[in-house]
Design a protein around this ligand. Structure first.
Ligand SMILES: *Cc1c(COP(=O)(O)O)cnc(C)c1O
Length: 394
């Protein structure tokens, strides 16, 4: 049965021999032209017109009022948390199902992650579990903020993540955050182009972070973006990602211990060429998803599909196996036969650094951890490598 899958993937990606990886970038638009142009301008660092152009393009694509570029998604998330007012020795509620960057960004602020369960059908933070956790653990103080009855520390933010590009129940989460007066920050690193009720993920939070790492749908090599609908926060984001330098013709005045987090012009040039093709990428990815759906229809595995009211970018396609034994057998067979597959992340609350963190009931996360496997999801461009050799995209 697993052999059928390997054959299907090889046929679909038209690669009879090579190792087929999970997600490769495709550079088939203006990327080369823009990068050469950026080089010719001599602005290769973080000052240059491509950074602003890329920010504007991402703002327009997502429908965000403001977009501020950063060197990667982790640093973008770090800035989101700082600007939301997260401070040392406070707490940030997040999901255990995520790439390590989510927890790391929380830790950079000096705050502590607290883990609340996900939903099985979104793989993102569960509003029901969040509500139950807050009911049991939060107390509103006279200052209007919520504190953890167990630790006395303030719940400074909630950070849901749109897993593999599938939107979580973000509207319900936003409503709960508002009621408990806790800042909502979306880790939208994986979900460019993914919509919840027609609105782009990342537009529900006070601030949110996108990632343009090499394995994401749109890449700048390494890069990220802070989205916000608040002009003041956007200005601050730009300020503290650029060493908080006070503008002056020659004076070096800085008014905050800030960060050197701004994206370079070269990376932004690549990003502009990429974002122009985002709709095409997602169209192709969704076609691939349809093929997977048809393939898995009569198989003993569940293919994961977008939640209701959502359009997912299907960044990484996923299947749900019967149990951990099946999962491991599938992982072993496919990787042995040149098709890369990968289990969902080890739950972050199990990692050494986060073992001591408070957790709610994590039964859904644990269920998913035993069963979810990602399968190859690269945008299909026929004859890509042959075309590159011929210089077709120059
Ligand atoms: C990719 C990713 C990030 C950011 O990663 P960078 O490599 O720093 O761009 C953050 N959170 C999640 C869930 C991610 O998948």
């Amino acid at each position: 049965m697993y052999q059928d899958f390997v054959d299907f993937v090889r046929a679909t990606f038209d690669d009879p021999e090579g190792f087929i990886i999970l997600h490769d970038p495709r550079f088939i638009g203006n990327e080369r032209k823009y990068i050469m142009d950026a080089m010719d301008s001599n602005f290769v660092s973080s000052v240059g017109e491509y950074v602003t152009k890329f920010e504007n393009a991402v703002a327009q694509y997502t429908g965000s009022k403001y977009a501020v570029a950063a060197v990667n998604g982790t640093s973008a998330l770090h800035i989101c948390l700082l600007l939301a007012g997260v401070k040392r020795d406070e707490e940030v509620i997040t999901q255990p199902v995520s790439f390590i960057a989510t927890c790391n960004a929380v830790t950079y602020t000096g705050a502590h992650p607290v883990f609340v369960d996900v939903d099985r059908h979104t793989m993102g933070l569960s509003p029901e579990k969040l509500e139950a956790f807050l009911k049991a653990n939060a107390r509103k103080d006279v200052d209007g903020y919520c504190y953890n009855v167990r630790t006395g520390r303030r719940f400074a933010a909630v950070v849901p993540m749109h897993t593999f590009g599938h939107p979580c129940l973000i509207e319900d989460i936003a409503e709960i955050c508002q009621r408990y007066n806790i800042a909502l920050i979306e880790d939208a690193a994986e979900s460019i182009g993914s919509l919840y009720k027609g609105k782009h993920t990342g537009l529900y939070g006070k601030l949110s972070a996108l990632s343009f790492n090499g394995n994401k749908v749109v890449t700048t090599g390494g890069g990220g973006m802070i989205l916000t609908q608040d002009e003041q926060l956007a200005k601050l984001a730009k300020h503290i990602t650029t060493t908080a330098k006070v503008p002056h013709r020659w004076e070096y005045n800085h008014d905050y211990t800030a960060y050197n987090y701004r994206l370079t012009n070269l990376a932004a040039a690549l990003g502009l060429g990429q974002i122009e093709q985002c709709d095409f990428f997602i169209e192709q990815k969704r076609k691939l998803t349809e093929k997977y759906k048809a393939f898995f229809a009569d198989k003993d595995m569940t293919f994961f599909t977008e939640p209701e009211n959502c359009r997912s970018n299907y960044w990484l396609n996923a299947v749900i196996l019967k149990d951990r034994t099946e999962r491991d057998a599938f992982l072993t067979f496919t990787n042995d036969h040149g098709v890369m597959t990968r289990p969902i992340w080890v739950l972050n609350n199990r990692l050494d650094m986060y073992k001591g963190c408070q957790c709610g009931d994590l039964s859904n996360a644990e269920w998913l951890e035993d069963r979810v496997v990602n399968i190859p999801s690269t945008v299909i461009v026929p004859h890509y490598y042959e075309n590159i050799k011929k210089g077709a995209y120059r």
